[in-house]
Design a protein around this ligand. Structure first.
Ligand code: ZN
Length: 494
């Protein structure tokens, strides 16, 4: 059946909305990399306007009518086809978006800017009480947002769905309870045998050069990518052949290398989406969790494995002879895989990181269920002590450390750990299919790994919900056991 004119009209409209979304993405990239600080006021206006126009165009009666008109056509199609996938995904997005009054979206966004400003000051002064009234207001708005939808089994489902579409709170709870059971004792045991840190001064421009040497092997190429500096590293795509990744290189460590590999993983996913999906809402990763599975795969499963460093450690030593000349590869390997429970999520190692996430996932549910926010810092500190055995000295390094809640991003945190879990499921599948992965990595060759991921994961873009995407890749649903086996195996030998 040839596509009816309504399909072309829908595709054209969605293409225009996509252009607006990507123009906003470019402005946001600019804001976080090279914009002079005093540009922020006009940038907020510009982003607000573009976001509003894109949203209004999307929730218009015209899109609604086109989607209605296209029902018979959609039913006649193979569900895996581009056309059926585009209609299906657009319909799901549309049915979600029209439930929320545009005024509520605008209010959450305005309140988010204000609350963000207050959060910056409150964190600088470790003054939770200053932040609390704003947070209360934000929680109230998010409760109104949840009320726009038919009552789900769990009110948190609605929030989670914005980041991990289709995933239920109860499913996350099963995965996280298993992680908790295994990781609390593992982190506790590892914490008592901490290896010394590698210290020294590592000039940023040398780190940049090494990062580029690595990511070029991963698939970064100057004709379609850029690498810039940002205070909080992120990846952004303006198209499948315009990938912007960012990093930062504090000179007291080599963490910048891992930040770059992480963002490169996000970039490879966007870069690998089937070009047929370009300029549609399908031209990106399936969810934040799956995106994070790819950044963590390249950062941790590739970038922290033994074969990788048997390839690259001599090069690193050559670049920093004074700092690393007397540190052997084994010591370096232990240092970058050390488990060391700490206060700050973004500085956490691969294993204890998940406990930071589980703490936030549980508190978010309590917050949405009406926890008195005067009690939030105590609830936070109590959980830090129970999960990580750590006393929190002040709220700046406790409940105020993350930006997410100030922007209303409840439901976002779990995707980080879901990504960890899925990354190993995908990695195991890849290793079963690709011969000699370790040998290839130990020669600095990553083409076969990238191609397998491209073929099985990246190409699909956002055609399917994350659970279906994972099912297609690994032949099953989300399962924490491969991830736990990986961590336990690694930490037993590290
Ligand atoms: Zn990431």
């Amino acid at each position: 059946m040839t596509a009816p004119p309504a399909f072309d009209s829908l595709k054209t409209k969605l293409g225009e909305i996509h252009d607006l979304v990507k123009a906003a993405a470019l402005m946001s990239w600019d804001q976080q990399t090279i914009m002079p600080p005093r540009g922020s006021e006009s940038r907020a206006q510009q982003l607000g306007t573009i976001g509003k126009v894109a949203h209004e165009t999307f929730i218009s009666d015209e899109i609604g009518q086109l989607l209605d008109e296209l029902r018979p056509f959609e039913e006649s199609l193979d569900r895996d086809s581009f056309e059926a996938s585009l209609i299906r995904v657009a319909r799901r997005d549309f049915e979600k978006a029209i439930r929320v009054p545009p005024e509520l979206f605008a209010e959450i966004s305005r309140e988010g800017s204000r609350t963000f400003g207050t959060w910056v000051e409150a964190r600088a002064n470790s003054d939770y009480e200053r932040f609390r009234p704003r947070l209360e207001r934000m929680v109230e708005l998010k409760q109104r947002y949840v009320d726009c939808y038919p009552p789900p089994d769990d009110p948190y489902d609605t929030l989670l769905d914005d980041y991990e579409p289709g995933m239920k709170t109860s499913e996350v709870r099963v995965v996280f309870d298993r992680l908790k059971e295994a990781l609390i004792p593992l982190v506790e045991a590892a914490g008592s045998a901490a290896t010394p840190l590698v210290t020294g001064r590592f000039p940023a421009e040398k780190q940049r050069q090494l990062s580029l040497e690595i990511v070029r092997r991963f698939g970064f190429d100057e004709t379609a990518w850029r690498l810039d500096t940002a205070p909080h590293p992120f990846a952004q795509s303006l198209g499948t052949t315009d990938i912007r990744i960012t990093t930062r290189e504090p000179e007291s460590s080599l963490d910048g290398l891992f930040a770059t590999m992480h963002e490169c993983g996000h970039g490879l996913y966007e870069n690998g989406v089937d070009p047929v999906l370009e300029r549609t809402p399908l031209a990106r990763g399936a969810s934040l969790g799956l995106h994070e599975s790819q950044s963590r795969l390249w950062e941790n499963l590739v970038g922290r494995c033994r074969p990788f460093w048997s390839w690259f450690y001599p090069r690193l030593q050559e670049a920093f002879p004074r700092e690393l000349g007397s540190i052997d590869e084994e010591t370096w390997f232990r240092a970058i895989n050390d488990v060391r429970p700490g206060l700050i999520r973004i500085e956490a190692d691969e294993a204890s990181y998940n406990l930071h996430i589980i703490l936030r996932f549980e508190l978010e549910q309590q917050i949405m269920a009406g926890l008195d926010l005067r009690e939030l810092p105590d609830a936070w500190n109590e959980a830090m002590s129970r999960y990580l055995g750590i006393d929190v000295p002040d709220d700046a390094r406790g409940v105020l450390q993350d930006v997410h809640w100030s922007r209303g991003g409840f439901g976002y945190f779990p995707t980080y750990s879901l990504g960890n879990v899925m990354s190993v499921q995908i990695w195991e599948r890849l290793r079963a299919d690709v011969d000699d992965v370790d040998d290839q990595i130990s020669r600095g060759e990553f083409g076969a790994v990238r191609e397998w991921l491209g073929e099985h994961v990246y190409r699909l873009g956002r055609k399917y919900l994350p659970a279906e995407t994972l099912e297609r890749v690994v032949g099953g649903s989300i399962d924490p056991e491969p991830y736990l086996r990986y961590l336990q195996g690694k930490l037993a030998v590290a």
